[in-house]
Design a protein around this ligand. Structure first.
Ligand SMILES: [Zn+2]
Length: 80
């Protein structure tokens, strides 16, 4: 069963488990600064690597690993 959730902005709660630990997924080649390492440790965001898919998840639940998507953003076409 494939579930997908779309959000315009970062959701406060996971649609699957209700958890509040939602991290943003950043793609591309990233070399985190010490400050960013702390943010990753705090669960603010994770690195998604540089894989290119037609549609990439924007956020992930750190509790159940559910993926949340942002609908196509015409203001930022390079993201897709
Ligand atoms: Zn969840």
């Amino acid at each position: 069963m494939f579930l997908q959730w779309d959000y315009e902005t970062k959701p406060d709660n996971c649609p699957l488990c209700g958890g509040t630990k939602i991290a943003e997924i950043l793609y591309g080649l990233i070399r985190p600064t010490p400050e960013q390492h702390k943010e990753i440790a705090d669960g603010k965001w994770i690195m998604g690597g540089c894989l290119m898919h037609p549609k990439l998840a924007k956020w992930v639940c750190l509790t159940c690993n559910a993926r949340m998507y942002k609908p196509y953003d015409k203001n930022n076409p390079k993201a897709y």
